[in-house]
Design a protein around this ligand. Structure first.
Ligand SMILES: Nc1ncnc2c1ncn2[C@@H]1O[C@H](COP(=O)(O)OP(=O)(O)OP(=O)(O)O)[C@@H](O)[C@H]1O
Ligand SMILES: [Mg+2]
Length: 425
């Protein structure tokens, strides 16, 4: 972390490395602090990505507006800065986007089936072990042609020639038919939603192209999607795509990714099996990201609400005001807080945080400046503000959604015909 002191106020700046986790009770200005922190990185030339939790309802979108709240304007004057706004681009997976009304303009995206690597297939199968069903599926995916998609995969699996005939170590036994059933069960979830498409499909997420635009904030939302597993899959897919783009050297600039409400994707007490596996995969991703120059910013009201290995992937913890004494005590035990430090934390004010960092010498109370752009205040509705500020960017997305649906249906028809033709051979 890099810090400076201005007029006796310590200020956190961009730079340094390692993931940063903000912990504070609701209303303790976590999101505002993150927004400023992100702004500093953006100014330095980093690429900004927000992956919103379903709860957030485009909270990050407020960066497209200039602040109007009195406290915010006063603070900006104190900071010697003027209100500004950011260019934003909104993205949403092709999942339940309303077609009966205009909404803030979205780039609707689908997933490239060829990008389903071990990480994504283990999530779909809710199993991180190297099971035979997962390797069978991975092999089948590898063999798909550019224009073959979800239903072609199903056909290939049903036709059973998953394994190389020449492979001495594969055998077609009863076990393989059990595998296919397991696979079909898990994939069934995607049969009615056009999400997984052939490699050549034009609406697939092109992360390299997206990240080439450093000027705009890239905000990925999943507020319309009502399937929790698909929402988590979308988050994982985006993170994995960013990792790939960075690892391949196609993106040179540093990237900062915000995952506000971290506990929604990395809960400590998961309800579903897929969340348990997601925690493992996220931990793996976080560690790779760190070495690639991708910085993750997370936030949560309670530290212990976040999965323990995910939270341990963060090198810096920034604590705000909290009345969750048990949580404070738990954090204290992990990072060694004294009684005095705990008292300090209990009395933090607006925009004040206590920094606990891997880097020694930076411990203590820090003041955060506010972002120059607006923040989503409780009573404000993003869609309304957006339609007032950018009426020309309100759009009905039904044409593109129908186009994707039609393509998906065609693929299903073709696949059915293929299977039928095979049977009648
Ligand atoms: N300096 C300030 N003076 C007065 N009010 C402030 C100040 N800073 C922040 N606030 C108020 O605090 C509110 C809460 O901030 P913020 O949304 O960042 O909290 P949060 O910690 O992210 O909460 P949650 O956990 O619910 O997401 C702001 O919307 C704003 O109204
Ligand atoms: Mg918040």
């Amino acid at each position: 972390m890099i810090t400076t002191e201005i007029n006796g106020i310590k200020k956190l700046k961009s730079g340094g490395e390692g993931h940063v986790l903000f912990i504070a009770q609701t209303g303790a200005t976590k999101t505002l602090a993150i927004e400023r922190f992100v702004e500093e990185h953006h100014k330095k030339g980093h690429i900004v990505v927000y992956i919103e939790s379903s709860k957030a309802n485009l909270e990050a979108g407020a960066s497209a507006f200039k602040p109007t709240m009195q406290y915010h304007l006063n603070k900006l004057t104190f900071q010697g800065e003027t209100p500004q706004s950011k260019k934003i681009k909104l993205y949403h997976l092709n999942s339940n986007i309303p077609t009966f009304k205009t909404i803030p303009e979205l780039k609707i995206w689908t997933m490239n089936i060829k990008k389903f690597d071990r990480l994504l297939t283990s999530f779909i199968f809710e199993n991180s072990g190297e099971t035979s069903s997962i390797s069978a599926l991975n092999t089948a995916i590898e063999r798909l042609k550019k224009n073959e998609g979800f239903f072609d995969l199903i056909v290939k699996l049903k036709q059973g020639n998953i394994k190389e005939k020449q492979d001495l170590f594969s055998f077609e036994s009863k076990a393989s038919s059990i595998n296919v059933n397991t696979i079909l069960n898990f994939l069934g979830r995607f049969k009615d939603q056009p999400i997984i498409m052939p490699q050549s499909f034009k609406h697939n997420l092109d992360i390299v192209k997206i990240l080439q635009d450093q000027t705009s904030y890239h905000i990925f939302s999943n507020r319309y999607s009502n399937d929790e597993k698909i929402r988590d899959l979308a988050t994982l897919y985006i993170l994995n795509e960013i990792r790939r783009a960075k690892a391949s050297g196609k993106i040179k600039k540093e990237i900062i990714i915000v995952l506000d409400e971290l506990k929604t994707i990395a809960p400590n007490n998961p309800l579903y099996d897929f969340q348990r596996i997601l925690n493992k995969l996220l931990t793996e991703l976080l560690s790779v990201c760190r070495s690639l120059g991708i910085r993750i910013i997370g936030a949560s009201q309670i530290y212990s609400d976040i999965d323990s290995s995910v939270r341990q992937s963060f090198s810096h913890i920034i604590l705000g005001r909290t009345s969750a004494l048990q949580d404070l005590y738990d954090i204290g035990k992990i990072i060694g807080l004294t009684q005095y430090e705990r008292d300090d934390i209990l009395s933090l004010k607006h925009n004040e945080f206590y920094l606990l960092s891997e880097d020694v010498g930076e411990k203590g109370i820090w003041h955060f400046h506010l972002p120059k752009h607006a923040h989503a205040e409780r009573n404000q509705v993003f869609d309304k503000q957006f339609s007032e500020t950018f009426p020309e960017r309100m759009k009905n997305h039904k044409d593109i959604i129908n186009e994707i649906k039609k393509e998906f249906k065609n693929q299903e028809l073709n696949a059915r015909q293929l299977l039928y033709a095979k049977k009648n051979d």
